[in-house]
Design a protein around this ligand. Structure first.
Ligand SMILES: C[S@@+](CC[C@H](N)C(=O)[O-])C[C@H]1O[C@@H](n2cnc3c(N)ncnc32)[C@H](O)[C@@H]1O
Length: 291
């Protein structure tokens, strides 16, 4: 028997990809199939609509079907593509970076008024993004506030290399520097905003994470100690020494952590200035200022 014929046109390939993912029970099968076909067949949503009968080469079809098989086996679609969009920026991923999540855009939006007020007052503003990963938060803020400059830190040198590459790719390399640091370990200067989406999953909850998170996001980016609050304690304890006058600290929190994190910061001399909810209605981002 000969090999099964490969799909010869975009629409046949897309239908086949969708069917495989639906049969594998993948939520969002149609969306993921489209992303995979666009990426591995070198096409766009516009071309899929305008020229569904465009020919695809055997190599393109093989690459698409191999990626579809990986997706069907549970690998997250953006890990397969190697990048993800965040706040309108294309960010490359690597094994040591968390895949940035839409919830984190809540944190970015929440701090913009503070940054713009600072720019109004000083003409510039400085940001420390602790645990920067792909650089998502820092680069999103630099994209929204042209007067800002940011330092992105991480415990992972590989994550910092990815953040640097993302800054270069998106045109922010002149306003973004990276530094390897265990929280405030290598930080001496002060900033107008300290921001972080730290690891916040409690030990007992690690095993309950969905397989797509547990197997593909790095543990260093997820595990926040016994109660999930270790990083908040470390950040709150030293943030005051690294803030400029009228500066602020902003953190993302887990969906049920807002009260606990407010207490951690209150005991280090901060009061809550604003709280932002994510699309599911959970308090997701908190801005603190010194009391
Ligand atoms: C939840 S991820 C957030 C990544 C990125 N900021 C985002 O929002 O997509 C937490 C990040 O903190 C970093 N991290 C973990 N422990 C750290 C430490 N002790 N000091 C600095 N960064 C740390 C991880 O490597 C990871 O990049």
């Amino acid at each position: 028997m000969g090999e099964a014929r490969l799909p010869g046109s975009l629409d046949v390939l897309l239908r086949q990809a969708r069917t495989i993912l639906r049969e594998a029970g993948i939520a969002g099968a149609a969306f993921d199939a489209r992303l995979i076909v666009e990426h591995f067949a070198g096409t766009s949503q516009a071309e899929l609509i305008a020229s569904p009968d465009r020919a695809v080469t055997d190599d393109e079809a093989k690459a698409v079907l191999a990626a579809v098989r990986e997706r069907a086996e549970g690998k997250p679609v953006h890990r397969i593509l190697g990048y993800r969009e965040f706040y309108g920026l294309k960010l490359m991923l690597s094994p040591e970076t968390l895949e940035p999540r839409p919830d984190t855009e809540t944190l970015v939006d929440m701090v913009l008024p503070h940054l713009r007020q600072t720019v109004g007052r000083k003409g510039t503003c400085t940001i420390l993004d602790m645990g920067t990963g792909t650089g998502a938060i820092a680069l999103a803020l630099l994209s929204a506030v042209p007067e800002a400059r940011a330092v992105g830190t991480d415990i992972s040198g590989h994550a910092l290399a990815t953040a640097r590459a993302n800054a270069d790719m998106n045109g922010y390399s002149e306003r973004f520097v990276t530094r390897r640091s265990d929280w405030f370990g290598e930080i001496e200067e002060s900033f107008d905003l300290i921001v972080s989406n730290p690891p916040y999953i409690a030990t007992a909850e690690m095993d309950d994470l969905p397989g797509e998170v547990r197997k593909h996001d790095p543990i260093t980016a997820l595990h926040g100690g016994a109660d999930g609050l270790d990083a908040y304690r470390k950040i709150a304890a030293k943030a005051g020494r690294h803030l400029n006058a009228a500066g602020a600290v902003a953190v993302e929190v887990g969906s049920s952590q807002a009260i606990d994190v407010k207490e951690v910061f209150a005991s280090s001399g901060f009061r809550t200035a604003s709280v932002a909810a994510d699309l599911a209605g959970h308090d997701r981002a908190i801005l603190f200022v010194a009391c």
